[in-house]
Design a protein around this ligand. Structure first.
Ligand code: URP
Ligand code: ZN
Length: 499
């Protein structure tokens, strides 16, 4: 047995100074405890003690083309996650054209088994819609996969049409599962891309020009109209823009069964990363163009003005959880493309999620510590059917625990990270708060901010059906227990209606 002594135990509902006793793979008790004879005691005074982070959105070992696979596989990606306080990742198992859902899932089990050092679950991303999938969805539920994904972007590769969205949502609603949607209008992006390329606008600056926020907003509204016809649970992945967050709020007020995720990059970075309009020569050694290519992701980074609206939406419950959309490519992979439209989309982020949310959310008072835990762990567990096994420090829950030093100040540099991208879009940012210790399934895997040399493999965890009601409630904090200080109160009054 192991006792984590004297930390501020923070949950989605409250915070109190307490001790946490781990017994093998699970949590035995939480409260003011007396160490047993011979028990290992870890001093957590001055630390936050929180449920292990849950990553709602990542792409590990994803083939994006015949000769293009993400830099991170399950070995490197989950080491990075663990070092950053994430103990469970929900990756997008992907059905490629012509495959059944079962074939897609089987391949992802092969990729993750024995390699992942976090626990892991899967969403099933469908790169097309086939009528046969209506029955195959039920097979996935039996396999512990209860969330799916469709793309309204990426025309000519993964984009589905509105009638296919209707068919998919109808089948999903009948099962009580959910579908996450990449909301951007792929047809218009395609048209704008052709227009810019024809004008000789090949530089990465133009990526954001052809992905304006209006196309995210339009796509969400169109999706909502379809989903509401069949009363289907659905969620928007990586919401990036203030205008889209406003539409989520409006849809919820109408009773739409909509949940939304955002990502740290949309809260912390902005579109100045794309630099100035320019057209580099292919193969040109060009640092500015490469810097802009690092920020090529979809949706793109938005205007700085969008950030405050997203923080407010995260605080008031409009946005329910924060995933990173970790989809990493090396600088060589980013540099090899002939023009902006060919640059691989995506950026690394798994390891910094908790530290970024703490530094830019909790420290300046934009969100409370309880909300920090809720949006980085508990809500993903609730929505994706992992709660209370995950996302909670309670007797019987998995012994997935993060000991977080809220005072540690450090500067991001890729040398400190564990992913295989070789770069980070957050380089140079000064952060406050750092993961000190991580337990996953009772194993002490990060000690004094160092990942252990040979972390034991993680387990596949089956998801139950989603629980949308729990994640659309406004966060409430109570002062029960032995509280040494009062949590930040943001004076938030908006409460989204319970679905
Ligand atoms: O740019 C991104 N987001 N790449 C990953 C694939 C996706 O759209 O989620
Ligand atoms: Zn993604």
């Amino acid at each position: 047995m192991m006792m984590l002594q004297g930390g501020l135990v923070v949950s989605a509902h409250d915070e109190r100074v307490a001790d946490v006793r781990l017994d093998g793979e699970t949590i035995l008790e939480v409260g003011r405890l007396t160490p047993h004879e011979g028990e290992t005691v870890l001093d957590c005074t001055g630390m936050l003690v929180m449920p292990g982070g849950i990553e709602s959105h990542c792409h590990l070992d994803l083939e994006c083309g015949p000769e293009l696979t993400t830099a991170d596989d399950f070995a490197t990606g989950t080491r990075s996650a663990l070092a950053g306080g994430t103990t469970t990742v929900i990756d997008f198992a992907t059905q490629f054209h012509g495959q059944s859902l079962a074939q897609g899932l089987a391949r992802w089990h092969e990729k993750a088994a024995g390699k992942a050092v976090t626990d892991y679950a899967f969403h099933l991303a469908m790169t097309q819609w086939q009528p046969s999938f209506a029955t195959e969805l039920a097979d996935m539920v039996a396999e512990g996969v209860t969330s799916f994904k469709l793309y309204l972007a990426y025309r000519h590769s993964m984009m589905v049409e509105d009638d296919e969205v209707l068919a998919a949502l109808t089948a999903s609603a009948a099962l009580g599962t959910t579908i996450g949607f990449h909301c951007e209008n792929g047809r218009i992006i395609d048209a704008l891309t052709q227009r810019e390329l024809a004008a000789g606008h090949t530089g990465a600056y133009y990526h954001q020009v052809v992905h304006p926020p209006e196309l995210e907003r339009e796509s969400l509204v169109r999706l909502g109209a379809i989903a509401d016809l069949v009363g289907a649970d659905h969620y928007i992945v990586h919401l990036s823009a203030a205008a889209t967050a406003a539409e989520v709020r409006a849809a919820r007020a109408r009773g739409s069964r909509l949940v939304a995720e955002t990502c740290p990059q949309y809260l912390v970075l902005d579109d100045t990363a794309y630099g100035q309009p320019r057209a580099p020569l292919p193969g040109e050694e060009d640092g500015e163009e490469l810097a802009a290519r690092i920020a090529v992701m979809s949706p793109p980074l938005r205007a700085a003005a969008d950030q405050e609206a997203l923080w407010a939406a995260l605080a008031d419950g409009t946005l329910s959880f924060v995933g990173t959309d970790h989809c990493s490519f090396t600088l060589e992979q980013k540099a090899a493309a002939a023009d902006f439209a060919a640059v691989p989309n995506g950026a690394p982020g798994l390891e910094l999620r908790l530290a970024l949310l703490h530094s830019f959310g909790v420290v300046p008072g934009r969100i409370s510590r309880s909300r920090f835990v809720e949006v980085t762990s508990t809500n993903a567990a609730r929505y994706f059917g992992l709660h209370p096994r995950k996302g909670e420090l309670a007797p019987g829950s998995d012994a997935d625990v993060v000991v977080f030093d809220p005072q540690a100040r450090w500067t991001v540099s890729h040398d400190l990270l564990h992913d295989a991208a070789g770069h980070t879009p957050y380089a140079g940012l000064q952060l406050t708060g750092r993961v000190r210790d991580v337990f996953r399934g009772g194993h002490h895997m990060v000690r004094g901010a160092e990942l252990v040399a040979d972390p034991p493999p993680g387990r596949f965890v089956r998801c139950e059906l989603p629980s949308p009601v729990d994640v659309t409630k406004h966060p409430l904090a109570s002062d029960e227990g032995d509280v040494d200080f009062v949590p930040e109160r943001l004076g938030l009054t908006a409460r989204t209606p319970t679905l």
